[in-house]
Design a protein around this ligand. Structure first.
Ligand SMILES: [Zn+2]
Length: 149
């Protein structure tokens, strides 16, 4: 899996993006849907310890996980780095990726309960993107990781 660096201007709707959390201990993944918004799967009940009372003034997100959520890019990143995956396997068209993510968001599709190992945010994003869960096939799916600055 290669790694390169680019600017945020290359970010496109339908991209699978991710960010580091808790000092690189794990990563959080989502689908960028344009207009600075991201659809991602959150573990239920998690609230950021440093989040202020109330909600984000930009997207209304209150920091609480509730399955599939849509937040602004700032809430998604939480001040951390932004990366995108370039897949080495065929992906769905951007329109289709966004449609699938939106259907999960609106409850028309059910991704199931968040599970850190077997049903997580990375599986959600890769499923929207390719129709397959990333799971153990990660190395063969991903061609390049790009860090956006
Ligand atoms: Zn926000």
């Amino acid at each position: 899996m290669g790694q390169k660096q680019s600017t945020r201007s290359m970010l496109k709707p339908g991209d699978h993006i991710f960010t580091n959390r808790a000092g690189d201990l794990y990563y959080h993944h989502g689908i960028y849907v344009g207009d600075d918004l991201v659809i991602h799967l959150m573990a239920a009940g998690i609230k950021k310890k440093n989040s202020k009372c109330g909600s984000c003034t930009k997207c209304g997100y209150n920091g609480r996980g509730n399955g599939v959520v849509k937040t602004c890019l700032d809430c998604f990143l939480d001040g951390k780095n932004l990366y995108i995956f370039e897949y080495g396997i065929p992906c769905k068209s951007p329109d289709e990726v966004i449609k699938i993510a939106t259907e999960f968001l609106q409850g028309e599709r059910d991704f199931g309960t968040y599970n850190f190992v077997s049903n997580n945010c990375e599986d959600f994003a890769s499923y929207c993107k390719t129709g397959q869960r990333l799971c153990s096939q990660r190395e063969s799916f991903i061609r390049v990781v790009t860090r956006l600055i």
